[in-house]
Design a protein around this ligand. Structure first.
Ligand SMILES: [Fe+2]
Ligand SMILES: [Fe+2]
Length: 356
C-alpha cells in the first residue's frame, strides 16, 4: 500500500496488483538452516562475515542537497514511472531484510556464525529499503512497511531453494545496479534523479551478499555436485532471467527515461549474471545459442498478449478463453528453454565427492 502523509492512496493500480512477477516475501525452514554443518567451508564464510563487520557503506546512504531539489518538473508519466521503480525496488529490498532478519533471529542459538552473517545482510537491506522509501517521499508517497509486513502473503521456500534463488537475485541485483551506474557515469544527462549516484557502493553490498550465499552453498556440496543440483541450478537461472526479462520489458519507459534500451540492458545483465554463476554452479546456460533469446522473446510476447487481453473490455470467460493459447505458448517456450543444452563449469567443489 502506498500512502501520502495524511491520506492513504494507491498510486499505481497495476503495480499494486499481485502477479507471478511481483516482488514476493519469503519464509523458510529455519530449523533446517540452523542445523547445517558448514565446517567444510567455515573459513570462507568467516572471512565474508568479517567483511560485513567492516561495514564499508555505513556512511554511504546519506541524502545530500541534490535531493532537496523539487521534482515537480517531472511530467505525470515520468513521475509514475519513477514511483513504480522506487516502490518495486523498495519492496524487494524490504523483502530481503525481513527474510534475513528472521533467519538470523532463528539461528542465533545453534548457528551463531550464519546468524551473524544474516544479521549483517539484513542491516544492509534495511538501509537500502529505507533509502528508497525516503526517495519515494520526494514524490510525496511512501510505502507503509509495517502494513506491508503484516498483510503480504509469505511464500514458503525450502532452504536450498532460498540459497539458489537469493544467490542469483543478489548477483543479478549487483549487475543491474552497476550497469545503470556505469551507463549514467558515461551519460550524465540521463541521470535525472540523484539516487543512481549511490548505486556504485550500493551494488557492492549486493555482491558481498551473493558471495555469502556462494560460500554457504559451497559448504553444502550436494547442493552443487549432484544430478539433482544441476537440474535445480538450471531451473533457478532460467526462472530469475525470465522473471527479470518479462518484468523489464513491461517497463521500457523507465529504462528509456534513463537512456537505456530495456531489452539490451537485460541481455547484458543476463549474460553477466550467467557468467558470475559459472564460478559457483555446476552448469550455466548457453546464451550464445541463438534459440535462447528467441524462446525468451516468445515468452515476452505471450506475456504482453496476456496483459493486453486482461485490459480488454470483454467478459471474463472470453478473456480466459483468449488467454489459453498464450499460456500454452508460454509453457512450450519455457520448457524448450529448460531443455536447451547447458555449459558444464567443472569447478572443483562440484567434482569432489560427486554423487552423480
Ligand atoms: Fe539490497
Ligand atoms: Fe542484498
Amino acid at each position: 500500500m502506498v500512502t501520502t502523509a495524511d491520506k492513504k492512496v494507491t498510486v499505481n493500480k497495476s503495480s499494486s496488483k499481485e502477479t507471478l512477477l511481483t516482488p514476493r516475501f519469503y519464509t523458510t525452514d529455519f530449523k533446517e538452516i540452523s542445523e547445517l554443518d558448514i565446517s567444510s567451508n567455515k573459513s570462507e564464510i568467516e572471512a565474508i562475515v568479517e567483511e560485513f563487520r567492516i561495514d564499508y557503506n555505513r556512511d554511504h546512504f546519506i541524502r545530500d542537497k541534490e535531493f532537496s531539489k523539487s521534482w515537480d518538473s517531472f511530467d505525470e508519466s515520468t513521475r509514475n514511472i519513477f514511483i513504480e521503480f522506487l516502490e518495486r525496488s523498495c519492496t524487494a529490498e524490504f523483502s530481503g531484510f525481513l527474510l534475513y532478519k528472521e533467519i538470523s533471529r532463528n539461528l542465533k542459538k545453534d548457528n551463531p556464525l550464519l546468524a551473524e552473517g544474516f544479521s549483517f545482510m539484513s542491516r544492509d537491506e534495511a538501509r537500502h529499503a529505507g533509502f528508497l522509501n525516503k526517495a519515494m517521499s520526494d514524490f510525496n508517497v511512501s510505502l507503509d512497511l509495517g502494513f506491508l509486513t503484516k498483510t503480504r502473503k509469505y511464500t514458503f521456500f525450502a532452504p536450498k531453494f532460498i540459497f539458489y534463488a537469493t544467490y542469483l537475485s543478489e548477483k543479478i541485483g549487483y549487475w543491474r545496479y552497476i550497469t545503470i551506474y556505469r551507463h549514467l557515469e558515461k551519460n550524465p544527462n540521463f541521470r535525472v534523479y540523484p539516487i543512481f549516484r549511490f548505486f556504485e557502493s550500493w551494488c557492492q553490498d549486493e555482491n558481498r551478499h551473493g558471495d555469502f550465499f556462494a560460500a554457504l552453498l559451497k559448504s553444502q556440496q550436494p547442493l552443487l555436485n549432484t544430478l539433482q543440483s544441476r537440474l535445480w541450478c538450471r531451473f533457478f537461472l532460467l526462472s530469475v532471467f525470465v522473471t527479470m526479462y518479462l518484468n523489464d520489458l513491461q517497463r521500457k519507459d523507465f529504462y528509456s527515461t534513463i537512456g537505456l534500451d530495456a531489452r539490451q540492458f537485460d541481455i547484458h545483465v543476463i549474460k553477466k549474471t550467467n557468467q558470475s554463476s559459472g564460478t559457483l554452479f555446476p552448469v550455466i546456460l548457453d546464451l550464445e545459442n541463438p534459440q535462447f533469446f528467441e524462446y525468451l522473446e516468445n515468452c515476452a510476447k505471450a506475456n504482453q498478449t496476456l496483459i493486453d487481453i486482461e485490459k480488454e473490455n470483454n467478459l471474463e470467460i472470453i478473456k480466459i478463453f483468449n488467454k489459453i493459447p498464450q499460456y500454452l505458448k508460454m509453457i512450450i517456450n519455457l520448457v524448450s528453454l529448460y531443455f536447451l543444452p547447458v555449459i558444464e563449469t567443472k569447478y572443483i567443489w562440484t567434482e569432489k565427492n560427486s554423487k552423480v
